[in-house]
Design a binder for this molecule. Structure first.
Ligand code: RAT
Ligand code: ZN
Length: 424
């Protein structure tokens, strides 16, 4: 060794009793990329939601309100947002113990921001939020959540949202776009007229020049939004191939557009939309899907990349099996009704056992900015011990891990797998 130089610290195998702490430290120090949210960059003005009234009227909590309060949904939805939030606070947080995941999340957010989760009225809490200005508040929230970037959900057929894009806004670089295709792929008959009105020569039966024109529409919007992926949520009844317009559009327009644009498509499979329309956004449910469709897509479209989340617990194992067969398939997240510690634990353990660190464990699905605080805190709290347990077993089998190993795995899981999978 040269005189005066400092010896590099040896990256020693971590002792079994230290594993939990080291994994926790590495998780805390690794900012995540939140690969699916419904947040908006500040450039979208009031379109991005934040603050206590939005947190309380989150549709996950609205669904819970109707279990604890006799108020009929139509009466609740007729109230203004402040009254709705007051009612949810009183019902779920004062008159009942907020033990559900969504309710506990609000408590965690309030505590993280130094507010009193036992307050009987919302006035002091509202005062805090009214005093915040987004430019300073946003980095504070992202920092508390340990999030360095988020992916939005951007709908090229939402008139309010497209107005912003058409003004040429450049979103904050921490916010990436995802071009969402639900209206086109799930409800073509209701939306083909909209494309036609915008100058695209499309037809209701997807004949004529429809496929080329849908591809042109998507490409035009991709130029504006620069999405990191294209995305669609699909019902549990999704079949591919099928004798339907969706199959034509997917195979003949959307997947070719993804190849041209060199981006993956995100398929979120298994949602049963509006099983109870009276609950509005809270009225969707989950169903088990037939993943044969996914097998066909991965095999028949080897040049496409598929980011996939499935909503039913029953589909999770099959998804892991398919990920072992197809490198163009990247499982991600514990979506929506799965984002509860008991289920995240089960799914993540299964994925670690079957896929090592080659998947994306979680996304937040946050609709309201501050939700990233509790959703990511909970993810770290649930997944940390699972990773530590995998390393404990590995050590028992003869290969103890070092801190470098842990850093490499955590970086892959929460950042690099996504970066690599979305790389052109
Ligand atoms: O999790 C949710 O908030 C759902 O309402 C949906 O938005 C779902 O995540 C989706 O993206 O379709
Ligand atoms: Zn979502």
């Amino acid at each position: 060794m040269m005189e005066g130089s400092v010896a590099a610290p040896v990256d020693r195998p971590i002792a079994a009793e230290e594993l939990g702490r080291v994994v926790e430290e590495v998780l805390a120090a690794t900012p995540v990329i939140d690969i699916h949210t419904h947040l908006f960059a500040p450039e979208f003005g009031g379109f991005g939601l934040w603050g206590i009234d939005e947190l309380l009227t989150y549709h996950y909590l609205e669904a819970e309100l109707f279990r604890f309060s006799p108020i009929p949904p139509e009466q609740y939805f007729a109230l203004d947002k402040t009254r709705q939030a007051d009612l949810i606070w009183k019902t779920l947080f004062v008159e009942n113990t907020p033990v559900s995941e969504a309710a506990r999340g609000v408590v965690a957010v309030l505590s993280a921001l130094g507010l009193d989760p036992r307050a009987r009225t919302l006035s002091p809490i509202r005062e805090f939020f009214q005093a915040q200005s987004l430019p300073a508040y946003l980095p504070r929230v992202l920092d508390l959540a340990g999030v360095s970037a988020v992916v939005m959900t951007n709908d090229p057929l939402d008139e309010t949202e497209t107005e912003w894009w058409n003004r040429g806004i450049q979103p904050d670089p921490r916010f990436h776009a995802a071009l969402r295709l639900d209206r086109i792929l799930n409800d073509w008959s209701a939306h083909c007229g909209r494309l036609a009105a915008k100058g695209y020569a499309v037809e209701a039966d997807a004949g004529g020049s429809t496929l080329a024109e849908v591809r042109r529409f998507v490409t035009d919007w991709a130029v504006r939004m620069k999405p990191v992926y294209l995305a669609v949520s699909l019902p549990d009844t999704f079949r591919f191939p099928a004798a339907d317009v969706r199959t034509k559009l997917l195979a003949g327009a959307i997947l070719p557009a993804c190849r041209d644009l060199k981006v993956p498509i995100s398929l979120m499979i298994g949602v049963r939309r509006q099983v109870n329309p009276a609950l509005r956004l809270a009225g969707d449910a989950a169903g088990k899907a037939d993943l044969l469709a996914l097998e066909t897509l991965c095999r028949e479209f080897p040049e496409n990349r598929f980011l996939v989340s499935v909503l039913s617990r029953e589909n999770q194992h099959e998804l892991c099996v398919y990920a072992r067969k197809f490198a163009n398939l990247m499982p991600f997240g514990c979506w929506w009704f799965l984002n509860n510690p008991s289920i995240v634990e089960e799914i993540t353990r299964e994925r670690l056992e079957m896929l090592g660190a080659s998947f994306i464990p979680q996304h937040s699905d946050a609709r309201i900015l501050e939700q990233v605080i509790y959703k990511w805190r909970n993810t770290r709290r649930t997944i940390g011990p699972l990773l530590a347990q995998s390393y404990r077993l590995l050590a028992q089998d003869g290969r103890a891990v070092t801190r470098d190993d842990v850093c490499r795995d955590v970086t892959r899981l929460f950042r690099a797998n996504f970066e690599r999978f979305t790389e052109g």
